[in-house]
Design a protein around this ligand. Structure first.
Ligand SMILES: [Zn+2]
Length: 142
């Protein structure tokens, strides 16, 4: 138990220390979030998001989390299918969305672009056949 905690702290420091230009504070995950091993197909989905966006990065930098037992989860008072954190490259998915390519690639695209808003150039044009873009996304907000 004690060793687990220490490992978690070391990981946190490593993640935090890897970003130069952002003051990264480890985000608070919902209490029900669990680590998720990325599905094998995620590397194909990542490549599709890279291809449409023209951006490239190692998917290894992403840490995945899942909230079990639902198609959506509440985070800071809003419900989400998936959520991406800047800086730390964390993606959290509702369990019901883990195998949904449009949702997963939507979060991947956030990570590749390094921004949490939804520029129409990427979410509605270049990657429109690759990612889901709902009403909030089309409005351009987070
Ligand atoms: Zn989004």
């Amino acid at each position: 138990m004690r060793r687990m905690s220490l490992a978690a702290i070391v990981t946190l420091v490593a993640v935090t220390g890897s970003c130069r230009d952002l003051a990264v504070v480890a985000p608070e995950l919902p209490p029900s979030a669990e680590p998720l091993a990325p599905l094998a197909v995620y590397s194909d989905w990542w490549r599709a998001a890279e291809d449409c966006s023209g951006r490239s990065a190692p998917m290894m930098r992403v840490r995945w989390f899942v909230v079990r037992g639902s198609d959506s989860f509440a985070y800071q008072g809003t419900r989400y299918d998936g959520y991406w954190w800047n800086g730390v490259h964390w993606i959290m998915l509702a369990e019901g969305r883990v195998q949904d390519p449009g949702i997963v690639r939507h979060e991947m695209l956030h990570d590749l672009l390094g921004r949490g808003d939804h520029p129409a150039e990427f979410f509605q044009e270049r990657c429109r056949t690759v990612v889901v873009c709902n009403e909030d996304c089309r409005a351009g907000s987070r």
